[in-house]
Design a protein around this ligand. Structure first.
Ligand code: RFL
Ligand code: PHB
Length: 395
């Protein structure tokens, strides 16, 4: 098999990249280790920055998103039983975000790719990237359809969109890279529940018992998260315990009420910050979670993945049109500027709202002072609103 761009992974990064390249007239092959149903059901992100939504629209993948996505003009910060709304358009010159689940973005992109795009192979596991520092990089992969179960995809470029646990990053010699990592001593217990969201915007709550987040998937489905100790098993929590704990952490001084409903999914996500530099080795490029992870508190992971693949698709189109490798050469630096801003914001939001084990009264008071500052200073609030609604995409 031979193609211009070999893409490993059919998460949002890989799927959108295949679409952007198709629109630009560049062929690609996507290899995905899991089956289609798994990729379409994996519960993850929920918030699209306005820039992300614009990219999906321009790529012809925005039709259902514009019909079913929910535009949100703000979030609520909850602390000390108080509520403070951050008004995005008022603070950012009109920007907002869209609540449209990652599962739906992936479904829309898969349908488009299968209808109009190049090959998208499910249950095709990349085993290794070879020759990344030559002009003919290759991906060795396993797939039922191949003779002997294994095949090689010969490419001009390989883009590793295979998430944090993928193989692409391993093809970069350790001596040429620097990694930056922080793990947090807590995770998120996330639930999906068949109950209308108890508030019409997302609620980020800081409480002495830990963080809680109220989000949503549709007008009838709520998505909620609780900070839990690292290593927690979701099975340890009964449905009733989850609702009781959410109720405590979201408690307000007014008559706001949390509605309960049947819980249909429960899982625990660990929290990590991670950056792999540079995001390129020869003709192998890394994009999305394969290159960087942010804790989900800032809702940035998917949006960063989109920024990376937009940058790559533009750079490769430029190369094809002008012969100049200038933008491809700048890929890593261009992406990393945005990545580090998202790392900073996600870290700030995480440390602002979570209670670290063994936190002292001093740290509690500092968190409250930081929240108070956001609630009382337009400058501090604008900083949050600008970061939440999104940083510009590269050049
Ligand atoms: P993905 O989505 O992990 O996709 C990688 C794909 O590669 C496949 N793969 C392989 N395929 C072939 N061969 C191999 N050897 C392979 N190894 C792996 C995998 O099966 C998979 O299909 O990475 P991508 O595309 O970079 O996308 C990143 C996003 O998924 C991630 O950043 C977000 O989900 C993070 N995130 C959020 N991001 C936001 O922007 N807004 C949010 O509100 C938000 N909330 C979240 C989140 C992530 C969460 N979890 C579970 C980590 C909430 C949570 C709880
Ligand atoms: C979600 O809806 O899953 C979600 C929303 C906002 C976040 C993280 C996750 O910060």
């Amino acid at each position: 098999m031979r193609t211009t761009v070999g893409i490993i992974g059919a998460g949002p990064a890989g799927l959108l990249l295949a679409r952007l390249l198709h629109v630009a007239g560049i062929d690609s092959v996507v290899l995905e280790s899991r089956d289609r149903a798994y990729v379409e059901r994996r519960q993850r992100a929920g918030i699209l920055e306005q820039g992300t939504a614009d990219v999906l629209r321009a790529a012809g993948a925005g039709e259902r998103m514009d019909r079913e996505g929910l535009r949100h003009d703000g979030i609520e910060l909850r602390f000390d039983r108080r509520r403070h709304r951050v008004d995005f358009p008022a603070l950012t010159g009109g920007r907002s975000v869209l609540v449209y689940a990652q599962t739906e973005v992936c479904k829309d992109l898969i349908a488009l790719q299968l209808r109009e795009g190049g090959p998208l192979l499910f249950e095709a596991e990349a085993l290794a990237v070879e020759g990344a520092d030559t002009d003919t990089p290759r991906v060795r992969f396993r797939h039922q359809g191949c003779e002997g179960g294994e095949d090689v995809l010969e490419c001009e470029y390989v883009v590793g969109c295979d998430g944090f646990w993928g193989v692409a990053r391993k093809a970069v010699p350790a001596g040429l890279t620097q990694t930056f990592e922080r793990t947090y001593p807590f995770g998120w217990l996330g639930i999906l529940a068949d109950v209308p969201p108890s508030h019409d915007e997302l609620v980020y709550a800081r409480h002495d018992r830990g963080f809680a987040l109220l989000s949503m998937r549709s007008p009838s489905v709520s998505r909620l998260y609780l900070q839990v100790p690292d290593g927690t098993d979701a099975g340890e929590w009964s449905d009733e315990d989850i609702w009781d704990e959410l109720e405590r952490r979201f408690e307000t001084a007014d008559d706001w009420r949390l509605e309960r409903g049947p819980i249909t999914q429960k899982s625990v996500t660990p929290m990590r910050s991670y950056v792999h530099e540079p995001m390129r080795h020869g003709r192998l490029f890394l994009a999305g979670d394969a290159a960087h992870i942010v804790p989900p508190t800032g809702a940035k992971g998917l949006n960063l993945a989109v920024g990376d693949v937009v940058t790559f698709a533009r750079a490769l189109s430029h190369r094809k049109e002008t012969g100049s490798p200038e933008l491809l050469d700048a890929y890593s630096d261009t992406c990393l500027r945005r990545v580090w801003q998202a790392e900073r914001f996600s870290y700030d939001m995480t440390t602002l709202l979570h209670r670290a084990p063994g936190a002292t009264g001093f740290e509690d008071r500092l968190q409250l002072a930081r929240l108070e500052r956001i609630a009382s200073s337009r400058a501090a609030e604008t900083d949050l609103a600008e970061a939440y609604t999104g940083f510009p995409f590269g050049r």
